[in-house]
Design a protein around this ligand. Sequence first.
Ligand code: XLS
Ligand code: NI
Ligand code: NI
Length: 439
Amino acid sequence: MQDSFFSTIEPIRYGGPDAASVLAFRYYDKDRIVRGKRMEDHLRMAVAFWHSFAWDGTDMFGSGTFQRPWQGAGDALARAKLKAAAAFDFFSRLGAPFYCFHDRDVSPEGGSLAETNKWLDGMADVLAGHMQRTGVKLLWGTANLFSHPRYMAGAATNPDPEVFAFAAAQVKQALEVTQRLGGENYVLWGGREGYETLLNTDMKRELDQLGRFMNLVAEHKHKIGFRGPLLIEPKPREPTKHQYDYDAAAVDAFLQRYGLANGDFRLNIEANHATLAGHTFEHEVTYAIAAGLFGSIDMNRGDTLLGWDTDQFPNDLGELSLLLARILQAGGFSTGGFNFDAKVRRQSFDPEDLFHAHVGGMDILAHALLVADRILADGKLPALVDARYAGWKQGLGREILDRKLSLAQIADQVTSRNIDPKPRSGRQEMLENLVTRYL
Ligand code: XLS
Ligand code: NI
Ligand code: NI
């Protein structure tokens, strides 16, 4: 019965750029070698359990619109099992190598934490069975510390230490389940770790609490020998007015302040969160790489006219090609990947729409990978950037960076050598023209 949810959809295949079917990959050819590596291994794409299998299309103004047959009858655990079967049927028909989940997406909340944990343990066995049968792997797991009313004033940053304790217990269990399922990373997104008004908020105390929480999670990671990194996912706001993990730079500073900048933590950058923070997606990824914190990506996009996290599937080839070029230049993903933290629109209510969304998302990333390969193979763009900074590689520039000169000695050189720098064009328009030639 569960296999029938998607029985009208044949497994998605690569059909080439001129494929007739609307449900075929035009660019994603998983075994194709690009720069010495299979496409599948470059992109490491994952389906997000929550948007595609747990959410029913409810928004602030209206109730659920989606046809999600697996959310039908039976008790909560029976429904969780049906949902898992449907999800894995979808993953394998789509050909996605990974998935991601929150504890509460895959297993319901029980009457006590002990019961909740027992159910999650049981559901982890169910997931393990599906993973073994289909070969689909876990990119990351996480705990939902934002939906239940107990977390309305935050989890780690809650004024009540008992809520902190409850969140700690939940993360302990979610991290252990992620490890058991071979998850390659563990994500921490602090949806309610922020404030709604400063009138009732002790910011210093809340930041210290969050620092303590992250230290505890890192200790437990070492204690159980979880090998993957912990990924903090920055977001500036929504649902809170202000979120402490505002953007990549804020998290970088937080990690340093609380003694966490030791390799345990990296970043999970989300496209729509970057734009909410007033940055471009490319900016956030570039910062993460520069800070040595690049971990994984939540792939989606916002809408220029709607000011919230609309989580739409990606479709901008130009933006993604430059992004892929940056990621390739930095050596690519290690444990991370592209997780489609994206949802179909409320009007895209039937299960087939889930395929259109993911096929398009996977294909645009594959297409962008090919363009990125052309950008790097041609080499003009990186060469121009390199040439722009050439002065820092020898002579004066080198000596400044190598700490050979004091401020006074630098000033002396300017007068004694009669230094008089001449402006050089930034060539922005030329570079923009160059980029369009690769598309
Ligand atoms: C919400 C976040 C969330 C995290 C996982 O905006 O993107 O989905 O990725 O908790
Ligand atoms: Ni996300
Ligand atoms: Ni988001």
